[in-house]
Ligand binder design. Structure first.
Ligand code: XMP
Length: 514
C-alpha cells in the first residue's frame, strides 16, 4: 500500500484515484495523522500532496519525522516537494508570483522516476526550490522552474514541482507508476476480484452470523453494497426499499426486478408515498423540503425495522470520497449550498451498528466491483438521483398531480435521449451526458392548442456533462432532439404547454434546481 499525506491540496483525492488506477491500494491521511494510523496499512512508500501554504508560513504543515526516519521511498508533489526540501536542509524561495498552467519540462539526468526527453506537465505553484537538499540532484527543468524535479536516487526520495495526478499532465500516470510500482515495489493487486474477496470476508466477520438490514435506493452505491453484503451473509440480509412517492417513472418496478434478478436478498417494499406527500403539503422552500424528506425517511425506516425484530446491523453505501471529505484539512469550510443526503446517510438516533463495504472505494471502483458481481449494466451506469427525489425537481409545492406531470415529462426526455444513444455507458465514459432530467416550474403561461387557449405550467430540461459533479457544463444537445422532446412533451403531457432548455453551467448554477 501507499500512504498519501494530504497537505490541503484540491488534488489530494485525485492522487489517490490515480494510484488506485494502477491497482495499488492507497489511503489518504491528513498530514498530521498519527503514525499508527498510517502504519496500519503497511505502506511501501509515501506521497506528499501539494497544498496552499508556504513552508515559511507560521504553523505551516511539515513532513512528519517518522516518515524521514522510516527509510521508505517518498515522493513530494509541489508543496510536498517544498516541505521535503525544507526538512532536509535545502532552500525554498518564497515567491509572490504563481506559475500556473501548462509547461514543458526536460529530463536532464536519467533516473527511475521520469521518462527521458521532454514532456508536457501542469504547474500550479508559488514558491519554488532554490537549492536542493544535500544528496539530491536536479532531474528535470523547465524554463520557469530550474528545479522541476529532483531526486536522491540512493535514498529513494523524489520531488516534483508539477502535478502528475492531473489530466493536463499526459505522462503523469507513468510518473506515478514509476514511483509506486518501480521505486516502492508496491504490488498491483488491488483488482475488483481482490476487493470483493476482502470486503466479503470483512462483512462476514463483522456480522458474526447475526441479522443485517440494508436500505436500497436503486442507486449504484446501495446496490453494490447490498450485493456484497448478500455474498457475505446470505439469508441473514433483508433489504428495505422505501417508495417515497418521489420516484421516477417505473423506478419501483426496476428496483424490484433488479433484486429478483441478481442482487439476492429478500426485499421489503414500503409504500410510503402518502406519508411523504402529507409531510410536504404546503412546503415550497428547498431546504425545508430536504429536511422534511430526510426526517420522514428516518421515521418510516425505523418503523419498518422494528417490525422485522432484532436486527443489529445496517449496511451503508458510504464511499471513500465521503470519508475523506469529512476528515480532510480545512479546505471545505465552504458555505452550505444545499443539504445532500441519501438513503444510506441517515441512521442517527438508530441503534444499528454500521457495515460499510464500500468505505474505501472510489466511485469507479464501486462500478467495477458491481460489474464483477454481475449486476446489470443499466444499474451500474444509472444516473445519479438525489435522495429527496423528484421533490427538488418539482419547484413550488409538491403534489401528487404535479409529480405525475413531472414524471411524464421526464420520461419523454429520457426516452428520446436513450433512443439517440446518448445515455449509454460508452457515451458516459467519453464525457457525454452525465445527468439529464426534467424540472417542473410553477410558472404559468398562455398557449394555444387547436383553437383553445391554454394556461399551463412550464417544463425545464436539464442535461449536463461533468467529470465529478462539482463543476458541470450544459450539454450541447442537437436542436433536432430538443425539438422532438419539446413537441412530445406539450402533446403528450397534460398540464405543460411550454418547454425550455437550461443553458447554465455549474457554477454559478447547481445541477439540480433546488
Ligand atoms: P448539485 O445540485 O448540488 O448536485 O449541483 C450535484 C450532484 O449531486 C446530486 N444531488 C444529490 N445526491 N443526495 C444525493 O445523494 C442529495 O440530496 C442530492 N442533491 C443533489 C445531484 O443530482 C448531482 O448529481
Amino acid at each position: 500500500a501507499i500512504a498519501i499525506l494530504d497537505f490541503g491540496s484540491q488534488y489530494a483525492q485525485l492522487i489517490a484515484r490515480r494510484v488506485r488506477e494502477l491497482h495499488v491500494y492507497c489511503e489518504l491521511f491528513p498530514w498530521d495523522a498519527p503514525q499508527a494510523q498510517m502504519d496500519a496499512i503497511q505502506p511501501k512508500g509515501y506521497i506528499l500532496s501539494g497544498g496552499p501554504n508556504s513552508v515559511y508560513d507560521a504553523g505551516a504543515p511539515a513532513i512528519p519525522n517518522f516518515i524521514l526516519e522510516s527509510g521508505l521511498p517518498v515522493l513530494g508533489i509541489c508543496y510536498g516537494m517544498q516541505t521535503l526540501t525544507h526538512a532536509l536542509g535545502g532552500r525554498v524561495a518564497a515567491s509572490q508570483e504563481r506559475e500556473y498552467g501548462p509547461a514543458e519540462i526536460e529530463t536532464v539526468l536519467p533516473n527511475p522516476l521520469l521518462p527521458s526527453g521532454r514532456q508536457r506537465v501542469w504547474m500550479s505553484h508559488g514558491d519554488r526550490i532554490e537549492s536542493a537538499p544535500a544528496g539530491f540532484q536536479i532531474l528535470a527543468a523547465s524554463p520557469n522552474s530550474p528545479a522541476a524535479a529532483m531526486g536522491d536516487v540512493a535514498a529513494r526520495r523524489y520531488g516534483v514541482q508539477f502535478h502528475p495526478e492531473v489530466h493536463h499532465t499526459p505522462g503523469g500516470l507513468e510518473v506515478l507508476r514509476n514511483f509506486v510500482v518501480g521505486i516502492c515495489g508496491a504490488q498491483p493487486d488491488w483488482t475488483p476480484e481482490s476487493i470483493i474477496t476482502q470486503a466479503v470476508e470483512r462483512v462476514r466477520t463483522q456480522a458474526g452470523g447475526q441479522r443485517v438490514l440494508t436500505a436500497v435506493s436503486g442507486g449504484v452505491d446501495s446496490s453494490v453494497a447490498t450485493a456484497l453484503a448478500h455474498r457475505a451473509v446470505g439469508e441473514q440480509l433483508t433489504a428495505v426499499f422505501v417508495d417515497n412517492g418521489l420516484l421516477r417513472m417505473g423506478e419501483r418496478e426496476q428496483v424490484r426486478a433488479a433484486f429478483e434478478g441478481t442482487l439476492g436478498p429478500r426485499l421489503v417494499v414500503v409504500d410510503a408515498a402518502d406519508t411523504f406527500l402529507r409531510a410536504l403539503r404546503g412546503v415550497t422552500e428547498p431546504e425545508a423540503k430536504r429536511r422534511i424528506i430526510g426526517e420522514t425517511f428516518i421515521r418510516v425506516f425505523e418503523h419498518e425495522a422494528r417490525k422485522l425484530g432484532e436486527v443489529p446491523f445496517l449496511v451503508q453505501g458510504t464511499i471513500y470520497p465521503d470519508v475523506v471529505e469529512s476528515s480532510a484539512p480545512d479546505r471545505n469550510k465552504a458555505a452550505r449550498i444545499k443539504t445532500h443526503h441519501n438513503v444510506g446517510g441517515l441512521p442517527e438516533g438508530l441503534t444499528f451498528r454500521l457495515i460499510e463495504p464500500l468505505r474505501y472505494l472510489f466511485k469507479d471502483e464501486v462500478r467495477a466491483v458491481g460489474q464483477a458481481l454481475g449486476l446489470p449494466a443499466g444499474l451500474i451506469w444509472r444516473q445519479p438521483f438525489p435522495g429527496p427525489g423528484l421533490a427538488v425537481r418539482c419547484l413550488g409545492e409538491v403534489t401528487a398531480e404535479r409529480l405525475e406531470i413531472l414524471r411524464q415529462a421526464d420520461a419523454v426526455f429520457t426516452d428520446e435521449l436513450g433512443r439517440a444513444g446518448m445515455l449509454n455507458q460508452k457515451e458516459r465514459e467519453a464525457g457525454g451526458i452525465a445527468q439529464a432530467f426534467a424540472v417542473l416550474l410553477p410558472v404559468y403561461s398562455v398557449g394555444v392548442m387547436g383553437d383553445q387557449r391554454t394556461y399551463h405550467e412550464t417544463a425545464a430540461l436539464r442535461a449536463v456533462t461533468t467529470e465529478d459533479f462539482m463543476t458541470a457544463d450544459w450539454a450541447r444537445l442537437p436542436y433536432e432532439l430538443l425539438a422532438r422532446v419539446s413537441s412530445r412533451i406539450v402533446n403528450e403531457v397534460k398540464g405543460v404547454n411550454r418547454v425550455v432548455y437550461d443553458v447554465t453551467s455549474k457554477p454559478p448554477a447547481t445541477i439540480e434546481w433546488e
